[in-house]
Design a protein around this ligand. Structure first.
Ligand SMILES: Nc1ncnc2c1ncn2[C@@H]1O[C@H](COP(=O)(O)OP(=O)(O)OP(=O)(O)O)[C@@H](O)[C@H]1O
Ligand SMILES: [Mg+2]
Length: 284
């Protein structure tokens, strides 16, 4: 089933004279894990804003073409409706957390939906458990680490039970260990709960093992999209500002210098490269 569909999508911010998104055609299916990459300013955040109705509702400008979220045209459905399908997590969790306790923060959007009390309590408990942060329930968001705050921000989106979670550089303020932990938790939402994930991130090394589709953008357009292994095998994405993991670059070099059959696939992790080299040495 198609989760998000964009047709001939274009967008220009009010007061600007250039199109930030140009002629984007895209279909994202249920349960996909999609990574959006490309240099700063290429339009990743703008595209994500089109997926949950922030564009055209909160950002003024000229919108061309159409975007549908589970068949709902984003021009005719306001963000509070769309957010029940596609929830968004931002770069800076401080902009998303404002209540006195973690529990109250997660309950906030649910109260706005006028859900019954028992259901709110159940959903809050569930979201805390899924994110592995039950111990933070009574804490103030102010006393949390960056990684913990980002987990609370995701829990508050998760409690809305959206089919899609959109994340815009959620790990940019985190150290590598916390970023890895957060990305692993996000991946679990995808493979355990079947939630469609669309994420803009620079940490390809941590994400590639989970991603089924890599979309590379440049200057408002999609230049490449497909299975990450295929894309990295066929194309040089570095000129587009995509930080190709070192293990992939090593494999690409080996492929060029050794005979083609030695490295039969582009490994996405160090473990995969080690496996390939072991196989090669044992002559299999
Ligand atoms: N609210 C806004 N008003 C006007 N122009 C904007 C606005 N937000 C972004 N832009 C412009 O749109 C273009 C695309 O920006 P966008 O934030 O979508 O890029 P990005 O790929 O997310 O970059 P980054 O990797 O730095 O987050 C840039 O030229 C930017 O200056
Ligand atoms: Mg951005």
């Amino acid at each position: 089933m198609i989760a998000i569909e964009a047709r001939k999508l274009g967008f220009m911010y009010a007061g600007s004279s250039s199109w930030v998104l140009k002629d984007i055609d895209l279909e994202i299916y249920e349960r996909e894990f999609v990574l959006l990459a490309g240099r700063s300013g290429c339009g990743k955040s703008t595209l994500l804003r089109c997926f949950n109705g922030l564009i055209p509702y909160f950002y003024e400008g000229e919108l061309e073409g159409e975007v549908k979220v589970y068949g709902l045209d984003t021009r005719n459905h306001p963000p509070y409706i769309l957010s029940q399908y596609a929830g968004m997590v931002f770069q800076n969790p401080d902009n998303q957390l404002f209540a006195l306790t973690v529990e109250a923060d997660i309950a906030f959007a649910l109260e706005n939906l006028s859900l019954p009390r028992d259901e709110i309590r159940e959903r809050v408990d569930w979201a805390l458990k899924v994110m592995g942060i039950e111990d933070l329930r009574d804490k103030s968001p102010n006393e949390l680490s960056g990684g913990q705050k980002q987990k609370v921000a995701i829990a508050s989106i998760l409690a809305m039970k959206p089919k899609i979670i959109i994340l815009d550089e959620p790990t940019s303020s985190l150290d590598p260990a916390s970023a890895k932990q957060l990305i692993d938790t996000i991946a679990e939402l995808n493979y355990k709960l079947g939630i469609t994930i669309i994420i803009a991130e620079h940490r390809l090394d941590m994400l590639l093992p989970y991603v089924n589709r890599l979309i590379v953008m440049n200057d408002g357009r999609i230049v490449f999209q497909g299975n990450p292994r295929d894309i990295l095998e066929k194309y040089d994405v570095m000129p587009y500002g995509v930080p190709v993991p070192r293990v992939v670059r090593v494999a690409q070099q080996l492929k060029k210098t050794l005979s083609g059959s030695t490295i039969s696939r582009i490994p996405l992790t160090v473990d995969e490269l080690v496996q390939d080299i072991r196989r090669w040495r044992s002559g299999k």
